[in-house]
Ligand binder design. Structure first.
Ligand code: HEC
Length: 224
């Protein structure tokens, strides 16, 4: 009995030792593509692609989720129509104004100044000239013109279309109009109640699945 016990211990040890020997040469692979995928480096260049470019542009005519085309042209006429017709779809709430202020401080204050008086840090250091005040009578900016200028830029001022979402531009716009009012010494504008009509970028990802919202008797906003 004792020897049988010893034998089995020896056998176990031997078996584990054998199984630990590293197999340096893999066995024959049948259809190796199933083991080794033919993948490309992101942004690599490969002859197989048009322009040798791995990164593709989106298919023509497609737009990314949550993005809407801007209907006004980058021309003096487009500017004038936007200035006259385009209005901020966001309600004037304390939260929206605070968000607008934060974004304005990030993107615009270096030139336009925290008060919108055209005396940002770059102007004080004489790095850039010709920054207008937001209460400039000759310009008479409106919600529409501010949005238009952020979208396309204006001469020395670049476009902010790629750094900001639609909602962020309207938030900044709200704060700019508020600064204009302050510079003009206008009366404080009372806050409004209301819901944001524009979802934040990627907000659709948090929308409840269709079944749950339907069972709660709500309309699923992602479908018409
Ligand atoms: C690099 C400096 C710079 C930054 C940053 C900058 N601007 Fe400007 N902005 C200018 C200049 C210069 C002009 C005058 C352009 C002109 O009329 O030739 C201008 C003009 C404007 C005007 C008046 C346009 C009109 O209709 O006459 C508005 C409104 C404005 N900017 C808003 C913004 C907002 C909002 C931001 C932030 C998203 C911003 N700017 C960021 C330089 C800047």
């Amino acid at each position: 009995m004792k020897s049988l016990f010893r034998k089995s211990i020896f056998f176990l040890l031997a078996a584990s030792a054998v199984s630990c020997v590293e197999n340096s040469k893999p066995n024959y692979q049948y259809m190796p593509n199933m083991y080794e995928t033919v993948s490309y480096e992101p942004y690599g260049s490969y002859d197989i692609f048009v322009n040798q470019q791995e990164a593709k542009l989106p298919a023509e005519g497609t737009i990314s989720r949550g993005w809407k085309p801007y209907e006004y042209e980058n021309s003096p006429e487009g500017y004038a129509t936007a200035k006259a017709n385009l209005e901020n779809p966001l309600p004037y709430t304390e939260d929206n104004l605070a968000e607008g202020k934060a974004l304005f401080t990030i993107y615009c204050a270096v030139c336009h100044g925290d008060q919108g008086d055209g005396k940002g840090i770059l102007v004080q250091r004489e790095k850039i000239l010709g920054i207008p005040r937001f209460d400039d009578v000759g310009r008479a900016i409106t919600e529409g013109s501010v949005y238009h200028v952020m979208y396309y830029g204006l001469n020395a001022m670049g476009s902010y279309a790629s750094q900001t979402s639609i909602k962020e531009r309207w938030l900044i716009d709200m704060y700019v109009m508020n600064l204009k009012n302050e510079l003009e010494g206008g009366p404080e504008i009372p806050f409004e109640e209301g819901e944001d009509l524009i979802p934040a970028v990627n907000a659709d990802k948090t929308i409840e699945p269709a079944e749950t919202s339907a069972s709660e008797g709500q309309l699923n906003q992602t479908e018409e």
